[in-house]
Design a protein around this ligand. Structure first.
Ligand code: KIV
Length: 275
């Protein structure tokens, strides 16, 4: 059965946690679906993990649409969260509305995540008012290039709680809190009935998200304090590719079991044909 925002509201009201994986393509989304996660986030961190840029900024809306559609083809029964890229967020509310609607109508997303600060609140509200389901992303916002823990002082924490309240009152359907002090994330999660996802904001939120390359340890990059490698698939992948390389160079692959043959009698016919 399709997982909807309402299903996650219900999960929250019953005290059930849910899991979200940030992934960027059909094959990895299939893995996450088979593992039983509840939601798939197509994060703009694809700029770094998929395209090799050193920030999330260069990724384009067209690219995000293509990979969101790919993830949706694998996981249409899961909640599909699309990440509004910097290209769109810097282009004003009309473009943000247009692009958010494209995520829903063209790529099959259920909800659009938008990095939100007090300064950007009006633009995010405009997207909500346009009828799109929105998940404001509060705290560490990678599109600013700053990755320092947020809400670690009372003053800043109060500002973030106020922003969460504003977005909730404006009609946000869910919230994502990144790198927030756990105490602050707990207050926000308890204060509002909407499902709250933590990305490094502690265990008291309703759901958790990590990027798949961290979960699987696909790269050598050290993970942030809040993240965790649950396996070393990077090492297993390198070993498998090295074995492939070795077998080719030693002539062990492909063996006869891994190739096609002509039908019986056809080879002799061919020899006559070509002389
Ligand atoms: O881009 C991303 O993958 C994200 C999450 C990790 C929150 O924004």
């Amino acid at each position: 059965m399709k997982i909807t925002v309402s299903a996650l509201y219900k999960a929250k009201s019953q005290g059930h946690r849910f899991s979200v994986v940030s992934c960027y393509d059909y094959t990895s989304a299939k893995l996450a679906v088979s593992a039983g996660v509840d939601a798939l986030l197509v994060g703009d961190s694809a700029a770094q993990f998929l395209l090799g840029f050193d920030s999330t900024l260069p990724i384009t809306m067209d690219f995000m649409l293509a990979i969101t559609a790919a993830v949706n083809r694998a996981g249409f029964e899961k909640l599909i969260i699309a990440d509004l890229p910097y290209e769109s967020c810097r282009s004003g509310p009309e473009q943000m509305i247009k692009d958010s609607k494209r995520f829903i109508e063209e790529a099959g997303a259920d909800i659009v995540k938008i990095e939100t600060s007090a300064e950007q609140f009006d633009e995010v509200k405009a997207v909500i008012d346009s009828g799109v389901s929105v998940m404001p992303h509060i705290g560490i916002r990678p599109q600013t290039g700053q990755y320092k823990a947020e809400g670690t002082t009372a003053e800043i924490a109060a500002v973030l709680i106020k922003l969460a309240a504003q977005t909730y009152k404006a009609g946000a359907d869910m919230l994502l809190l990144e790198g927030l002090a756990r105490e602050v994330a707990k207050i926000i999660t308890q204060r509002f009935p909407i499902p709250v996802i933590s990305c490094g904001a502690g265990a008291d939120c309703d759901g958790q998200v990590l990027v798949l390359p961290d979960i699987l340890k696909l790269t050598d990059c050290p993970v942030p304090k809040f993240s965790k490698n649950f396996a070393d698939i990077g090492k297993a992948s390198i070993d498998a590719i090295a074995e492939y390389d070795r077998q080719i160079k030693q002539g062990a692959f492909p063996d006869d079991a891994h190739c096609y043959h002509m039908k019986a009698g056809e080879f002799e016919k061919l020899l006559k044909l070509i002389g």
